[in-house]
Structure formats: structure tokens, C-alpha cells
Design a protein around this ligand. Structure first.
Ligand SMILES: O=C1C[C@@H](O)[C@H](O)[C@@H](O)C1=O
Ligand code: CO
Length: 298
């Protein structure tokens, strides 16, 4: 891949998991960012332990050759919370803008069961036509606001939300303006559908609307356990359903080839939440970095 166009980042979720704070409670911000840099990454996303003051955060990151490329934002448009969501987005966008990020990855969380104990493969929500309309209206507005700052908004499809499956991603992409992008998360598509073809289909269909990529791999036997035992999303994380690229069932070579061929420009973020007391974050960061170097030549 072209190193002038593609940059590699890693998410703090492998060190400290904001969705499941007991995972990595012992790990500090300083350890996390130092190990990201040590493993050879030049960017990262944002975790709850990061300093909130942009000046302090910038200093800590620049000492380690890191920059912020994105941070998760939850939207609640289908629940009718337009004003609250936009107010929160404004602060979030301004923070990311100050930090020099260009994209804002958002997830529509109305009805989401990802943080609950409900079975992830049985109880996911769906939207009716009116809710789809509210979501599209909201995302178009966010995209307009971001454009004024020279930034772009993309939707993170996610397990346990109403935008999880390929059909739901298609519906979202058809409802919103072309300026709204898709944050491709390889692990979440595979987790939902159980095959690599779907990742390639989504990638090929929306290539020119993908401004940000999350590289997540899946341990298939753990995924099967989650399905068979009707486990919730966070149980899956505890069990180790997610891992770094190169350690699971996904073949990233065709993914990198397709991105490269299409001239992808932006960040690719290794994001693999698992129990840091079982899967040492530094060791797994190195493992991911080495695998990407070998097969993407970056
Ligand atoms: O991008 C992400 C952020 C996390 O908080 C989330 O649960 C994870 O699965 C993910 O893909
Ligand atoms: Co992700």
C-alpha cells in the first residue's frame, strides 16, 4: 500500500475498554500511548483515560509521535433526540478538530443492545420507515456541520444496533446524502454475517464513500459460542471473539489489495478489544503491526 496515502493507527480499547471498564482498569493512559508508539503506530483513537485538555493531550501524543485520527460518537436520532445529539456532536467535533482529526466516526445507538446483557444474535433492534427518515435527516445535518470544518462524518455499522447487516448498511447509505460516509469495521461485518465475501461486497460497493477503516479480526470458534449460547456482545468480548488482524479468521490481503487498488487515502485503525490480562496489549499490537507490514507492505 502507499505510505503517502495510508496511515496506521491503533485503538486504546485493547488496553482500557470503555464499554467494559473492568477490562484494563489497571492500565494507565501513559502505558497505553507509549506501547502504541513502541509497536510502530503513528495514530490512535481516543479513550476515557485520555487527558480531556487538548493542550495536555497533544503534548503527550507528540512526545510519542502519535496523532488522533478519530473518536467514537453515539447518535440517538431514531429516538427523536435531534437537538441533544447535535449539541453533543458540536463539542465532540470541535475537540477532534482541535486535535487535527479529519473524520468523525458515529454510531446510531437508538435501541442498541451492545452494552446490555441481551443475546446479540437474537435481540438486535430494527428501524421502521419513520426512524430511518429521522436517522438520515440527523446524519445529513452532522455531515453539513463537519463539512464547515473540513471534516467528514461516517457511520460505524455495529453489532447489536439497527445498522448492522449488509441490508441495513445499504438502507442507511441509500437514505443519506452522498457526503455521509461509511466507517468500515471488518470485524463487525464478519461477526454479523460469518463470511469474508460480505466484507469484500461492502468494500467494493462503498469504496469511494469509506473515509476510515477499523481493522478487527474474529476468532470463529468464539463467535460460534456466542451464537450457540445466546451470549450478549460484552460476553463475546470477554470470551475473546475479537482479536487483531492476522490472529483470526479474516484474510486481510484481499481487503488491503482492494483498498490499495481504489487509492484509499486515510487511516486504518487496528481495533481489537479483548481481555488485556489474557491478551497482552503490547504483544498483540506488535503482532498486528508485523502482519500488516508483511501483507500490506506498509
Ligand atoms: O469502534 C468500536 C468502538 C467500541 O466502543 C465498540 O464497541 C467496538 O466494538 C468498535 O468497533
Ligand atoms: Co470499530
Amino acid at each position: 500500500m502507499n505510505t503517502d496515502k495510508v496511515k496506521l493507527a491503533i485503538a486504546p480499547i485493547a488496553w482500557t475498554n470503555d464499554d467494559l471498564p473492568s477490562l484494563g482498569a489497571e492500565n494507565t493512559f501513559e502505558q497505553c500511548v507509549s506501547e502504541m508508539a513502541l509497536a510502530g503506530f503513528t495514530g490512535c483513537e481516543v479513550g476515557n483515560k485520555y487527558p480531556k485538555d487538548p493542550v495536555v493531550l497533544k503534548k503527550q501524543l507528540s512526545m510519542r509521535g502519535l496523532q488522533i485520527c478519530n473518536a467514537w460518537f453515539s447518535t440517538f436520532f431514531a429516538d427523536g433526540k435531534l437537538d441533544e445529539t447535535i449539541a453533543g456532536f458540536m463539542d465532540h467535533m470541535n475537540f477532534l478538530h482541535t486535535m487535527g482529526a479529519k473524520v468523525i466516526g458515529c454510531s446510531e445507538q437508538s435501541g442498541s443492545i451492545q452494552g446490555t446483557d441481551r443475546p446479540i444474535f437474537d435481540d438486535k433492534p430494527t428501524f421502521n420507515d419513520e426512524q430511518w427518515h429521522l436517522v438520515a435527516k440527523g446524519y445529513n445535518k452532522l455531515s453539513e456541520m463537519a463539512a464547515e470544518k473540513g471534516m467528514s462524518v461516517c457511520l460505524h455499522h455495529h453489532m447489536g444496533t439497527a445498522i448492522q447487516t449488509p441490508a441495513e448498511i445499504d438502507r442507511f447509505m441509500a437514505e443519506v446524502e452522498p457526503s455521509v460516509g461509511l466507517l468500515l469495521d471488518t470485524g463487525h461485518i464478519y461477526y454479523s454475517e460469518g463470511n469474508q465475501t460480505v466484507i469484500m461486497d461492502i468494500l467494493n460497493r462503498y469504496m469511494n464513500r469509506i473515509p476510515h477503516v477499523h481493522l478487527k479480526d474474529i476468532r470463529e470458534e468464539k463467535r460460534q459460542q456466542v451464537i450457540n449460547e445466546h451470549r450478549c456482545f460484552l460476553d463475546g468480548v470477554r470470551l475473546g471473539a475479537f482479536t487483531v488482524p492476522g490472529d483470526g479468521v479474516i484474510d486481510f490481503k484481499p481487503i488491503f489489495d482492494a483498498l490499495d487498488k481504489a487509492g484509499y487515502e486515510g487511516w486504518m485503525v487496528v481495533e481489537a478489544e479483548q481481555d488485556p490480562s489474557v491478551a497482552n496489549p503490547l504483544e498483540y499490537a506488535f503482532k498486528a503491526r508485523q502482519y500488516i507490514r508483511e501483507i500490506a507492505h506498509i
